[in-house]
Ligand binder design. Structure first.
Ligand SMILES: NC(=O)c1ccc[n+]([C@@H]2O[C@H](COP(=O)([O-])OP(=O)(O)OC[C@H]3O[C@@H](n4cnc5c(N)ncnc54)[C@H](OP(=O)(O)O)[C@@H]3O)[C@@H](O)[C@H]2O)c1
Length: 261
């Protein structure tokens, strides 16, 4: 992981960066982080209703998308069309929108796109550790907790954690999680993502939190990650900005830029 510029890069000209969703909570934090990084230069701040051509006019090389699920796929399509690398934190991507993006990138092989469901380093590690732990436990459930203004549920991180657990279970030859529930008219058992139950809490005062519970005979193993402040996402955002040009094509998950074995 490269959380700060290397001595070699400090002698080069700064990378030109645009931020989409610049007035939002994450976007504002990203503008500050880019502005404070000596190897990066913030050249465009894009908000709702702004013309995206301001990004190409400012000659941005990398754009960070921290907008809303309904517009992010269109934004990234425009960026790829214009040969601008994209670092995307906005959630709400579907299998269909990812497939369409892969198709577009096959035509623009020089462009890199990172879609990171979670930029917090600890959350990325928790997903990786969950995949390993999943091989050893019969039961696994996820509880994700976010602030009351979050638009989608379950969170992108919870979906990716569920997928990681499913991969771990499949590798170990584990079947469905044990669950005798016969009656659940109100959905008390939560959403089921890749066979894993996911419970979403929306509560004022929270930022982004995830608990992964594993259960075996006579024991429980719990992984927990808490982002108490949006600054926790910024080392990951900057890592993405610095690495995206060196990773053409689509990378889903910041772990693609980290050496996690
Ligand atoms: N990957 C991660 O680590 C991570 C962490 C936290 C959050 N997120 C995700 O990041 C996204 C932003 O979160 P947030 O908490 O910052 O939300 P937010 O405060 O609501 O910010 C979203 C911003 O996007 C703007 N926007 C809407 N449509 C736009 C468009 N077409 N072009 C440019 N800007 C547009 C909004 O403008 P208006 O104010 O005018 O509506 C708003 O300023 C969400 O999808 C969230 O789930 C990701």
């Amino acid at each position: 992981m490269t959380a700060s510029p290397s001595p070699a890069s400090s002698s080069q000209r700064p990378t030109r960066v645009a931020v989409l969703g610049a007035s939002g909570r994450m976007g504002a934090a990203a503008c500050r982080a880019v502005g404070d990084a000596p190897d990066l230069e913030l050249v465009a701040r894009i908000g709702r209703g702004d013309d995206l051509s301001a990004i190409s006019e400012a000659q941005a090389e990398v754009a960070i998308d921290l907008t809303v699920p309904s517009v992010t796929a269109d934004n990234v399509r425009w960026l790829v069309d214009h040969g601008i690398h994209a670092v995307v934190g906005t959630t709400g991507w579907t299998d269909e929108s990812l497939t369409a993006l892969r198709g577009q990138l096959a035509e623009r092989t020089e462009v890199g796109v990172l879609i990171a469901p979670n930029f917090a380093i600890g959350a990325v590690l928790a997903m990786r550790f969950a995949e390993i732990a999943a091989r050893y436990y019969d039961s696994a459930e996820i509880i994700e907790m976010h602030h009351e203004n979050k638009l989608d549920a379950p969170s992108g991180t919870a979906r990716h954690t569920a997928a990681a657990i499913a991969r771990g279970r499949a590798a170990a030859g584990l079947g469905a999680v044990p669950d005798a529930t016969e009656k659940d008219p109100d959905g008390a058992r939560g959403a089921v993502v890749e066979g894993i139950h996911v419970h979403a809490v929306r509560q004022r005062g929270l930022v982004a939190h995830e608990v992964v519970q594993f259960g075996g005979v006579g024991e429980q193993f719990v992984l927990r990650h808490d982002s108490f402040d949006r600054v926790s996402f910024m080392p990951g955002v900057l890592l993405g900005v610095r690495e995206v040009a060196a990773h053409p094509g689509l990378t889903v998950g910041l772990d693609g830029y980290m050496d996690l074995g």
